[in-house]
Ligand binder design. Structure first.
Ligand code: SF4
Ligand code: SF4
Length: 155
């Protein structure tokens, strides 16, 4: 699995370009690699409330927090949601509070640990906001038991 490419991008492009104007490479680079959107969630049918579990998608790497098959992930996980400027708004309700897309959409700044600002992929893990070392693969836990694995989002 390879890291999210961040080379050759314009300096601090995310401060001047709207999400809808970003090219593919810029858009992908906004993802901080926290892995939190790859956790299975439980949605309350009545209230619409979303609870996060530490039961992760079968393709999530527990150490890097990256998708192990990102370019071809839909062959294995057809239901994996593709975030784009067009789909972002509909998915905001479940995106983690620290997600780079959510922050920029809400007109907020990226955190200093974001790889685009920190210049590395380790600061985010050191800040404790990722799922590194905290997930359980979904094939180990029956779906009926996911509620036993509900967590608070690490922020
Ligand atoms: S929650 Fe947002 S920033 Fe974190 S991995 Fe998912 S898309 Fe990327
Ligand atoms: S397929 Fe990859 S990107 Fe999609 S939820 Fe699973 S680990 Fe995340």
């Amino acid at each position: 699995m390879s890291d999210i490419p961040r080379e050759g991008l314009a300096d601090r492009f995310w401060e001047t370009k709207k999400l809808s104007k970003m090219n593919k490479a810029e858009w992908e680079a906004v993802c901080d690699g926290c892995g939190k959107c790859c956790l299975n969630k439980l949605e309350d049918e009545d209230t619409g409330e979303v609870a996060l579990t530490r039961v992760a998608c079968r393709l999530l790497d527990n150490e890097t927090c990256l998708c192990s098959q990102y370019p071809i992930r839909h062959q294995f996980v057809p239901e994996c949601i593709v975030l784009t400027p067009k789909t972002l708004e509909d998915n905001l309700y479940w995106l983690p509070s620290t997600c780079g897309y959510r922050l920029l959409y809400e007109g907020r700044k990226l955190y200093d640990w974001h790889p685009l600002i920190a210049g590395n992929n380790t600061a985010i893990h050191e800040a404790g906001v990722t799922m590194q070392g905290r997930t359980i693969p979904e094939f180990e836990i029956h779906e009926d038991d996911w509620e036993d694995y509900i967590i608070e989002e690490p922020t």
